[in-house]
Ligand binder design. Structure first.
Ligand SMILES: Cc1ncc(COP(=O)(O)O)c(C=O)c1O
Length: 369
């Protein structure tokens, strides 16, 4: 039997997602220990102690299905953002929400405008629905919202703004977003993916939630507990939008998409503002350390508003990668973003950043010396 003849044709154009290499895999393959992963933009502080305690409390209740409506989590988010709970949706990571949005709005042939390079899940969700990606190159590593607006046609359904952008860490400003929204026609849904918004220091960063609060029906704001809240392993993300929009998206959702531990830990983490503050401070210190290290080596980098950064290492990142791996440091190579001489690096703790530079110096010595 030829299985390929049975599957939907559009799947042939898709490749399975290749995640950052897990620590255990590297340790197993290379027979080394003490590996550090600076590849997936995780929070090096780990989760809030309050979130861990909430997980423990919930563990013994694992035989009971979770609350499919995420009542307590929505309630806490609603309080924090000053919206009512019907403006909220919760997903198994914001990855799931991206997929649900695509399933809700896209049919074959529809167009989706997105920046390039940006977060790969926009491509995945679009292709999954047999819709068409309209890629708009970044301008100076930043979304070109003018050009993105110019690419809207009658067939456009969705437009993604990744802010800060993964993999560059750059942001678009409030003024740029205002101009974009003024141009977007009614048949286009604009999705602001703000997975890293808590890290942003730029005073011109837009408060996109205000559009939702003002009643806009063509704006969805996506956020996550995977980054600053350090709960990536639990898989929980959330979105804010007009209740009418969420009512449609909710039809595509599995009944129990967010597990009980994730719900309890997310509530506890939201209540621990000290952990969020400590994470931002650690990130700012780490950022300064990395900037300095790259400058000392005469390497260019893209100033970042997130917990990761793009740096130009001046050699093929694909060749550099295994050498860094041998030193126990996992990074993301730039070739997957079309930037072969760059690496994307998660901002780590001081000692992790130091280990990265030591590994980098040694690897570059081997490559160029
Ligand atoms: C821009 C962006 N959006 C969404 C996600 C997915 O986050 P989650 O873990 O909530 O699925 C990521 C993860 O790396 C991301 O970088």
């Amino acid at each position: 039997m030829e299985v390929s003849k049975l599957v939907r044709e559009n799947l042939a154009a898709m490749k399975p997602y290749v995640p950052g290499k897990p620590i255990e895999e590297v340790e197993r393959e290379l027979g080394i220990s003490n590996v550090i992963k600076l590849a997936s933009n995780e929070n090096p502080l780990g989760p809030s102690a309050k979130a861990v305690e909430a997980m423990m409390r919930t563990a013994a209740k694992a035989h009971i299905y979770p609350d499919g409506n995420c009542y307590y989590l929505k309630d806490e988010l609603a309080k924090q953002f000053g919206v009512s709970a019907d403006y909220l949706m919760v997903g198994n990571g914001s990855d799931e929400l991206l997929k649900l949005i695509a399933e809700t709005f896209l049919k074959p042939g529809d167009e989706v405008v997105m920046a390039q390079p940006s977060f790969s899940e926009y491509i995945f969700a679009t292709k999954l629905m047999d819709a068409k990606c309209i890629h708009v190159p970044l301008n100076n590593f930043t979304h070109d919202l003018t050009e993105m607006a110019a690419k809207i046609t009658k067939r456009t359904k969705l437009l993604f703004v990744c802010n800060p952008n993964n993999p560059t860490g750059t942001v678009v400003t409030k003024a740029e977003v205002e101009q974009l929204l003024a141009k977007v026609p009614e048949h286009v849904m604009v999705i602001f993916d703000e997975a890293y918004y808590e890290y942003v220091q730029d005073g011109d960063y837009p408060e996109t939630l205000e559009y939702v609060k003002d009643g806009a029906k063509n704006v969805i704001v996506l956020r996550t507990f995977s980054k600053i809240h350090a709960l990536a392993g639990l898989r929980v993300g959330y979105g804010l939008a007009h209740p009418e929009v969420l009512g449609w998206i909710n039809r595509t959702r599995e009944p129990f998409n967010v597990n009980i531990m994730a719900q309890a830990a997310a509530v506890a983490s939201l209540q621990d503002s000290g952990h969020v503050k400590a994470s931002v401070e650690l990130n700012e210190r780490g950022k300064a350390q990395l900037y300095k290290g790259f400058e000392e080596r005469g390497m260019k980098y893209v100033p970042t508003e997130a917990n990761f950064m793009l740096a130009k290492v001046g050699v093929s990142s694909k060749e550099l990668f295994p050498l860094l791996l041998k030193e126990g440091v996992i990074v993301r190579t730039g070739d997957i973003f079309g930037l072969d001489e760059y690496i994307r690096l998660t901002i780590g703790k001081e000692e992790e950043n130091e280990r990265f530079f030591n590994a980098l110096d040694k690897a570059l010595g081997q490559l160029t010396g």
